[in-house]
Design a protein around this ligand. Structure first.
Ligand code: SF4
Ligand code: SF4
Ligand code: SF4
Length: 266
């Protein structure tokens, strides 16, 4: 098959796609163009590809999807490296027979929007859309602060994306309630007054888009890999108990809010 090129206008449209999915989209569109015998991808071809690929994806083969950010491949913001965790999650989803479960609940008509979605981001920037996943996982750090080592240089103040650091008596002062637990301030501190005391995962559940969008609710902070897996197992247990027709976890949680307390309590 011949090489496919992109017209300037098609590239302009393509570059508006979020950066973290561009590689995947480019590959799929180019494969589609080759199958169609096209040598140039124009805006018209791009929209046709989008429509046809979307139709194909609408009939999901698997009952679950696991989406991870590019953090573990070298993003400077990454706090965690979840390669092993992702493998274990996929194993668990297979063992739990999510696909068979959803095929049964949907009378064999399992669609893309029925999938149980897991998203993993290696830092709070959340590029992999963890807030609209059924089960979202975010790499976070708990910072340690040794006031004696702080010289009040202010580098951490400039680095903080959340503007939650100030200075008092020439020492850094943190509003921990509003901190999202990244490592940006830690990376800039030359005196080592700041350090990552502990790293782990924030767990969020029940996010979704659709007719009634819902942002995922945080249920655990600084969880270890094993705690994430245990929590996922418990969430799947409840999901299977309450899911009647392939509805998303977010809908179930809206109808049975006590489940959130049950999960948070354990
Ligand atoms: S979520 Fe964080 S670690 Fe992952 S790609 Fe985005 S910025 Fe990088
Ligand atoms: S960067 Fe470090 S030394 Fe400078 S103000 Fe912040 S904590 Fe203190
Ligand atoms: S960890 Fe540091 S840089 Fe990140 S939000 Fe908290 S105070 Fe700001």
């Amino acid at each position: 098959m011949g090489k496919v090129s992109w017209s300037e206008d098609a590239l302009k449209i393509f570059n508006q796609i979020p950066f973290f999915v561009r590689g995947k989209v480019r590959k799929k569109v180019e494969e589609w163009a080759q199958q169609q015998g096209l040598s140039v991808i124009t805006p018209e071809a791009l929209y046709r590809a989008k429509r046809e690929l979307k139709d194909k994806a609408a009939s999901a083969e698997r009952g679950y999807a696991v989406e991870a950010c590019f953090g573990r491949f070298g993003c400077s913001h990454a706090i965690t490296n979840s390669r092993k965790l992702i493998e274990e999650i996929e194993k668990l989803l297979e063992e739990e027979k999510i696909t068979e479960f959803l095929l049964d609940k949907t009378n064999g008509k399992l669609k893309h929007h029925n999938q149980f979605r897991i998203a993993i981001s290696e830092c709070p920037n959340a590029c992999s859309r963890v807030h609209i996943a059924d089960f979202g996982i975010i790499g976070v750090a708990q910072k340690g602060f040794d006031e004696a080592l702080c010289n009040g240089c202010g580098a951490c103040i400039a680095a903080c994306p959340d503007n939650v650091i100030g200075l008092k008596d020439n020492k850094a002062l943190f509003n921990d309630e509003l901190c999202s637990h990244c490592i940006d301030c830690i990376k800039t501190c030359k005196t080592k007054a700041l350090s990552a005391k502990k790293t782990g995962y924030r767990i969020l559940i029940g996010g979704k888009l659709g007719r009634h969008p819902r942002l995922a609710t945080p249920i655990a902070e600084l969880a270890t890999k094993d705690e994430v897996l245990r929590m996922l197992q418990r969430v799947i247990f409840l999901y299977k108990r309450y899911c009647k027709r392939g509805e998303r976890l977010g809908k179930i949680l809206s109808e049975h809010p006590h489940l959130l307390n049950e999960l948070k309590a354990n």
